[in-house]
Ligand binder design. Sequence first.
Ligand code: NAD
Length: 480
Amino acid sequence: MTETLTLTHFIDGKAVSGTPSTESLNPSDTRDVVARFAEATTDDVNAAVAAARKAFPAWSAASPEVRSDLLDKVSNIIADRREALGKLLAREEGKTVPEATGEVMRAARIFKYFAGEALRRHGLTLDSTRPGIEASTYREAVGVYGQITPWNFPIAIPAWKAAPALAFGNTVVMKPAEDTPATAHALAAIIHEAGAPAGVFNMVLGRGATGGAIVNHADVDGVSFTGSQKTGAIIGAAAVARQARVQMEMGGKNPLVVLDDADFDRAVQCALDGAFFGTGQRCTASSRIIVTAGIYDRFVEALAVKAAALKVGPALDAASQVGPAVNERQLNQNLSYVDIAVKEGGRLVTGGQRLTLNTPGFYMSPAVIADTQQTMRINCEEVFGPVASLIRVKDYDEALAIANAGGLGLSAGICTNSLKYARHYQHNVRAGMVMVNLPTAGVDYHVPFGGTRRSSYGAREQGFAAVEFYTQIKTVYSWS
Ligand code: NAD
C-alpha cells in the first residue's frame, strides 16, 4: 500500500482545499485509500467559473505560440512522468500497468498534437458575389467550457477535452469522475506547473451535484461531457434549455461481426481484446459478438478457452492481464447481467463468477455467454464489464441487421476476408467508427472519435474535428 493523497481543487491558479469528505479506493485492494478530497461547493464552482471568465480575454488574445508552448510543455512533463502516473492510474482505476502507462502516453501525445493545432487555427477568404466586397471567416475562441469526465479513461479523456479547449483560446472548468480524481488532479497540477496563467484551467472535485452546478452555470458557454446515457440526458436537457453549446459522448453496445471466411485466429483475438481488455470498461468494448453459423460453435469454444486463460489480478501485479471492476456497484452490475442473460436463455460457457484473490478487490472471471438473441437485455443494455455475449446468425445480411439493432452506434467491427462484405459493412453499419479485422476498441489520438444515434450528441471530439466545438465562426464582409 502507498500513501493516501489529499487532493485540492484548482481555482484561479491556486490549490483550494476544504475538509475532506470523500475517498477514492484502490479497486484491486480496497484497504488502500488512494485519495481524500472535499467536494466542491456551489461557491467553489462559482469562483472557478468567475476565474475562467476573467482569464478568457487575455488567453484568447494570446499569441498561438504561447498556447502551443504551454501544451507542448504539458505533454513533455506527462511523458517524463509516465511510469509514476501509470502506476497511480492503475492503482486508482484498476487497469493493468501496461494499459495505464499506455493511456498516460496517449494523454501526452494528445497535448503534443494540439500544441501543433494551436498554430493551425485558420479562417477562409471567399470571392464575394458582389463586386468590391470581400467575404471572409475567422475562427474565434468561444469562452468558458465546462468539462465533465468519467472514470474509465481518467487521464486520456480529461486530456482530449482540455487540450483542444486551451489550444484554441478557451478557458476551462473541469470536473473529473469521483472514482478517479487523483489521476485527473495530477494532470491539473501539471498544467499549472507548465505555466498556465491563473484561471485558464480550473478543476473542481465532487460528484454529480458539482457537475450539475457547472452545467447550469449561466456563465459557462459550452459543456463537453463523457459518461452514461442517463447522465447525458440530464446534462443535455439543461445545456440546451439555456442555449449553451453541448457535446456528449456516451455508451455503446458495440457489435463485432465475424464471418465464416475470416482469419479465424485473428477474429478470436479481436473478440478477446475488444471484450475483455481494460476489464471491458471501454465505451468501445465489443459486447455483442455476431458469428455466422459455419464457424459459430468452433468460435465460441476458442474464445471461451482464451477467456478462461486470462489472468485476472491486481492492476499493479505484472502478471495480471485483466484488472478489477472500478467499484462494487460496477462489479455487481456485471454479475447481475450474467444472471439476467442466463435466465433469459443464454448459455454461460465460462467465467461470470466473483473471484476472491489475495487482496480484497472487485474481481470477476471474464464471462462468455453463448446462444443469446438480440432481444435479450444482455444485448440491448450496456454492461461495461468483462462480459461477451455471442449471437449465431445464418449469413452476412442477418449479421448486419442485428449489428444495426438497438439505439446505440459508437463502434462496430467486422472480421472477414471478403472485400465485398467489408466495404458493404463500412458503408451500411450505423456506427460512428468502423473497424475491419480489428477490435472495436483501440483508436488513434489524432483522428476524430465518436458515435451516431444515442451514443453521441453534438460535434465530434479529437483530431481535426475538435476545432468545430471549441471555436465559433465569425463571417466578415468588407468593402473599401
Ligand atoms: P456517469 O454518467 O455516471 O458519470 C460521468 C460524469 O458525470 C462523472 O464525473 C459524474 O460525477 C458526472 N455526473 C453525474 N451526474 C451528473 C449530473 N446530474 N450533472 C452533471 N454531472 C454529473 O458515467 P461513469 O459511470 O463515470 O462512466 C461510465 C459511462 O461512460 C459508460 O456508460 C460509458 O459508456 C461512458 N463512456 C463513454 C465514452 C465515449 O466517449 N463514448 C468514453 C468513456 C466512457
